[in-house]
Design a protein around this ligand. Structure first.
Ligand SMILES: [Zn+2]
Length: 239
């Protein structure tokens, strides 16, 4: 994730300090002491200033430019925020992904769920987090996208499915890869293992970050190949 590189070592230390994990007193976005209470994750100022990403149409158009319209496997894409210098929300993603602060997925997944609920043109049969490789799960201990997807599914009143697919390949960070290499890097890495559940279904796939959309597009393709009718995607951050 290119954007996380800017984040720097000092900020990582801040986000991952044991003190902040156990008794989060400081906002994960701006680092200010928290006075209000928003699940004790971000301050009220940052909460009220979610930096709005580009429109869904713009997202789809940009991704179609990268992948080609014919190769884009999802129809709609929902993202909650896009970090700015003033509101570096990538810190939040970092703490969710590497710092064990799974509550971030829960709290912001709810808000993402509300966004989907208000804007989705379809009713989703179920919600699926992007699977991580078992070896990565052993390393990290959890899949951050599960927490987001669970909150989204509750907000929109659709089921959560955790076992319909698996990740076959262990992929390394895509940070330094070009868009073309990212697409190649994640090609055919997902396998739908419960095709009967997927067949003819309208599914929302959930990830933490949407950058070039390569991972989500690969997963969406696997679902379509397994017989899904329509795939949309949702992510907390548009990078
Ligand atoms: Zn803040």
């Amino acid at each position: 994730m290119e954007i996380l590189k800017k984040f720097g070592r000092a900020a990582a230390k801040f986000a991952l300090s044991g003190r902040n994990l156990l008794f989060p007193e400081h906002c994960y976005v701006c680092g200010e002491k928290i006075s209000g209470d928003f699940g004790q994750i971000v301050c009220l100022r940052c909460r009220a200033s979610l930096p709005v990403p580009e429109s869904r149409e713009q997202t789809i158009n940009r991704l179609a430019e990268i992948h080609g319209f014919d190769n884009l496997n999802f129809i709609d894409a929902f993202c909650l925020f896009s970090p700015t210098d003033e509101f570096p929300f990538e810190r939040l993603i970092y703490a969710l992904k590497y710092g064990g602060v799974t509550k971030i997925g829960q709290v912001f997944g709810e808000i993402l769920g509300e966004l989907v609920k208000q804007n989705a043109g379809v009713k989703y049969d179920f919600v699926v987090p992007v699977p991580i490789h078992p070896a990565k799960k052993r390393e990290r201990g959890y899949n951050q996208s599960v927490y987001i997807a669970r909150a989204v599914s509750e907000a929109i009143g659709s089921n959560l499915e955790l076992d319909i697919a698996r990740r076959k390949e262990y992929t390394f960070s895509q940070t330094k890869l070009s868009a073309r290499d990212r697409i190649f890097n994640v090609k055919n890495i997902f396998e739908v293992v419960q095709a009967e559940k997927v067949k003819n279904k309208v599914i929302l796939l959930v990830d933490d970050v949407l950058t070039t959309g390569s991972t989500l597009n690969s997963f969406a393709g696997a679902c379509l190949d397994a017989g899904a009718r329509r795939i949309d995607v949702a992510a907390l951050m548009r990078a």
